[in-house]
Design a binder for this molecule. Sequence first.
Ligand SMILES: [Mn+2]
Length: 268
Amino acid sequence: MKVLGTPIEVLAESGRSRTIIVSDLHLPGVAGPVHDWFEALLESTHASASRTRLIVLGDLFDAWVSDAQLRMPVFARVVAALAATRLAGVELLVVHGNRDYLLGARFARASGARVVAGGLRLPLAGRDTLLLHGDELCLRDLAYQRAKRWLRHPVTCAVLRSVPGAVALWLAGRARRVSREVQAAGTRDRYEATAAAIDTAFAASGCDVLIHGHVHRAARTPRGGGREVIVLPAFDVDGVHLAADGERLHYRDREGRPLADFPAQHWT
Ligand SMILES: [Mn+2]
């Protein structure tokens, strides 16, 4: 199945009662508080490892352009923390974001995480749920949607993977700068999910709940017929993430304390 061009992998009931979902961590190449928050979150799962699954819903890294990054101490530390968490017994899934879609087999082997090049469909807190990074929902960002088609092409990915690490990092830095300039110049509206995309995602998947990140603004919005859209905030702002415990689905702060739901959103 594909939703808005994104291949969807179906996960069966895992038997794990707790799922933690984090998105848009944008871990940079310099250690800092966000690295610490993520390591603390990973460690907090070890106590109930066999009951827990952790899903990174895209943009774990500020940019992943080359597996040469695995050798940089700051990234090696993230990978080691993931590997320790996998070893403790937590199931780990890392979904591609628009900034780290070149994460592949070497990262998977080193971290113990399963890398998902697309979205996921799974039962979550008793409801049929679709997980997307969210860039595919921002249909008003035409330049990005056009670029995405060739950037994700297997030939482009193969070329990018063969570029030496230093060159790749320079290219990524440049791409980030250009993207920030374009975003600063454009209207905010371009980087929002559209109502049409949300409806398409529900219709194509048949799911009751859609969870996504990418737009960096948390919201929990009923969408008629018992359906609901849950948007994750960017973890790098203050470590907020989602937790599904049995039948309950709630936001948590970086200490793991439950938070009130974020207000609903209106799409156009
Ligand atoms: Mn993103």
